[in-house]
Write a protein that binds this ligand. Structure first.
Ligand code: ZN
Length: 80
């Protein structure tokens, strides 16, 4: 299995619909291929975030950081 094969079957893998043999090849590829690991992690996290439809509160530190960043951007753009 190469990266293209993996990406083509990514949805099935994440949904748990791959045949066991294919699944093993998938995991073997993932073990050795960092870019594909990142893609799979991202897809999983995205699914987790949206699957229960709940709003997830941001950690306070993160919220403040985003707030500061937006404020700085806003000021850089509009403040004189
Ligand atoms: Zn790969």
């Amino acid at each position: 299995m190469d990266c293209d094969d993996l990406l083509r079957q990514l949805n099935e893998y994440v949904d748990g619909n791959l045949a066991a043999g294919v699944c093993d090849e998938f995991r073997a590829h993932l073990r050795d291929c960092n870019p594909c690991q990142v893609v799979v992690d991202n897809v999983r996290n995205t699914i987790r975030l949206y699957s229960d439809g709940k709003e997830i509160p941001l950690p306070e530190a993160c919220r403040l950081k985003i707030h500061d960043l937006l404020k700085a951007r806003f000021q850089a753009r509009f403040a004189k």
